[in-house]
Ligand binder design. Structure first.
Ligand code: AKB
Length: 325
């Protein structure tokens, strides 16, 4: 009888580079991926000086996504298999610095896509509810519909979606993209977004019992707790090719307005006072989806959220309370 060589089913873990890793999502994502693939296989990178804790938590390198050669060197020297591209200026801050947003969000994305193609890496680029605009259906917003965003952030994200899908079609690049709603986290703060109030309200409620919101009380936006967001990211990265009917998927968990989150939060912080002073971010929020239709993600690769408004508020309050003042 011929002897059959047993093929090993154990694969080497991927080597993963996270750009813009000191933003809202990077540190927590590195923690999650390190728990799955090993500390040294996940390399955090940014242009920002890291804290001692970050440096001690695992590999961290300087990479400027606008420096193609530098990024190329990082990919080569660290033998990168997966690129998670978080570097971006968000919606509100992008409007204050349009030329920089064009460079970081558009040129930076060109660099990472080209490198991913050249080095056969799997690449994840997040998109956003901000990739839709006032001409899109807003309640609900389906996966495929008209996209005419009115912010440079949104324009750059539609560009990233289309470029990634083009590279996939044309060159076979393994591009994967999720359109995220506002992400709520307790460990790291967002910076420069339109949905940031939904994080700030927790800190203000627990510190002072008072929050001034820059959106009107009835401004409904899609949102998600960070654990669901990072799990969605990991799930799409490991989803078998044949399950993916498209390369860009809407994902969400809940939709609420400032008035509704305040009411839920009052169950934990009775007497919480919220004032409303809408600013230029109101116009952005008014052009975005109110309810996000993520049925395609649920159908194709089994996406399902765990945190609704009540559970998210409970966990946020408990996490922030546990932190030293
Ligand atoms: C923002 O508000 O700009 C971001 C987003 C929804 O993409 N949080």
């Amino acid at each position: 009888m011929p002897t059959r060589r047993l093929m090993s089913t154990v694969q080497d873990p991927p080597r993963i580079l996270i750009t813009g890793s000191l933003g809202q999502l990077g540190t927590e994502l590195a923690r999650l991926l390190r728990s799955k693939y090993g500390r040294d296989n996940v390399i955090m990178s940014d242009i920002v000086k890291p804290t001692k804790e970050i440096l001690e938590s695992g590999p961290y390198i300087f990479t400027d996504i606008l420096d193609f050669k530098g990024l190329q060197e990082a990919v080569v020297m660290h033998r990168v298999d997966w690129l998670i591209h978080f570097s971006a200026l968000l919606s509100a801050v992008g409007e204050q610095a349009v030329p920089l947003a064009v460079r970081v969000n558009i040129e930076g994305t060109h660099n990472v896509l080209e490198l991913a193609k050249q080095y056969s890496m799997k690449i994840f680029v997040p998109s956003t509810i901000g990739a839709f605009g006032p001409d899109s259906p807003r309640d609900p917003t389906p996966n495929v519909c008209i996209q005419r965003p009115k912010t440079i952030y949104g324009v750059s994200k539609v560009h990233a979606e289309l470029m990634g899908e083009y590279y996939h079609e044309r060159f076979g690049l393994d591009f994967r993209c999720l359109r995220f709603p506002g992400i709520i986290s307790s460990d790291s703060n967002p910076g420069g977004g339109t949905t940031d109030y939904a994080v700030q309200i927790f800190h203000d409620a627990l510190r002072t019992g008072q929050h001034t919101c820059y959106l009107r009380p009835d401004t409904r936006l899609p949102m998600m707790y960070i654990d669901d967001c990072l799990r969605a990211l990991w799930e799409i990265m490991v989803a078998p090719e044949e399950q993916l009917k498209r390369r860009t998927y809407n994902v969400t968990a809940m939709s609420f307005s400032p008035a509704e989150i305040a009411e839920e939060l009052r169950k934990h912080v009775p007497g919480l006072e919220v004032n409303y002073k809408p600013d230029q971010r109101q116009k952005i929020a008014d052009s975005w989806p109110m309810v996000f239709d993520d049925s395609e993600a649920r159908k194709d690769w089994g996406w399902s959220h765990k945190y609704d408004l009540a559970e998210m508020c409970r966990v946020m309050v408990s996490n922030i309370r546990k932190r030293p003042a």
